[in-house]
Write a protein that binds this ligand. Structure first.
Ligand SMILES: CC(C)(COP(=O)(O)OP(=O)(O)OC[C@H]1O[C@@H](n2cnc3c(N)ncnc32)[C@H](O)[C@@H]1OP(=O)(O)O)[C@@H](O)C(=O)NCCC(=O)NCCS
Length: 171
């Protein structure tokens, strides 16, 4: 995980209304967050990633591994990995109880901000053809379909849609 210049609270946010009821933020994941991430992972993905795979991303200097936190509880996460001058959005998921509240929007924005700050030229991803909420999320953030990969996924076997977004690097 890249930590230089990135505090744990990488994108501080307080969306609290005046009564201070709703607080969301996007922060960098640490090893201690893995058990909660695994819970969300198992709800969202088949086959899910393992503890070891998530741990490797947390300590991968080329990975941006962020959490969405709602009132102190981890409710979502995303992983974007740098590969040369491109990024791959490897995973994004939100706890089913907390979907449709804009949390994935915040995670995608944070990941794309990181990718731009790293000077990446584009971000690509694969998504199951049946994952229409995810495809809508990606389209909303400017990703375009580049074609399909046949039988890319297992458990169940399914084609992937390959999507890509070009970036204007920052800094
Ligand atoms: C995809 C996912 C991460 C979206 O999380 P979320 O926090 O509910 O998304 P948000 O509330 O931030 O919505 C952002 C945008 O995503 C799209 N979207 C999200 N859920 C949607 C749904 N059920 N139907 C259609 N569009 C949807 C919309 O474009 C939405 O923007 P809008 O509110 O302006 O319409 C969540 O549904 C999830 O975890 N799915 C399972 C895992 C998965 O498929 N991950 C992607 C593959 S790697």
């Amino acid at each position: 995980m890249v930590t230089s210049g990135l505090p744990r609270h990488c994108v501080p946010r307080n969306d609290g209304v005046e009564l201070g009821i709703i607080m969301t933020e996007v922060i960098i994941a640490t090893e201690g967050d893995i058990p909660r991430i695994l819970e969300i992972e198992h709800e969202a993905f088949s086959p899910p990633w393992t503890h070891g795979a998530l741990l490797a991303e947390i300590y991968n200097e080329d990975s941006f591994f962020a959490l969405a936190v709602l009132q102190g509880e981890v409710v979502g996460f995303c992983i974007l990995r740098r590969m040369a001058d491109e990024g791959e959005l490897l995973q994004i998921a939100v706890d089913p109880m907390y979907r449709r509240r804009g949390l994935a929007d915040k995670l995608v924005i944070a990941a794309l901000d990181w990718a731009k700050a790293q000077g990446l030229h584009s971000v690509f991803l694969e998504v199951r053809v049946s994952a229409t909420p995810a495809a809508a999320l990606y389209e909303k953030h400017g990703f375009e379909s580049m074609g399909q990969r046949k039988d890319y996924y297992t458990d169940p076997t399914e084609d992937a849609v390959l999507m890509r977004k070009g970036l204007v690097a920052r800094g």
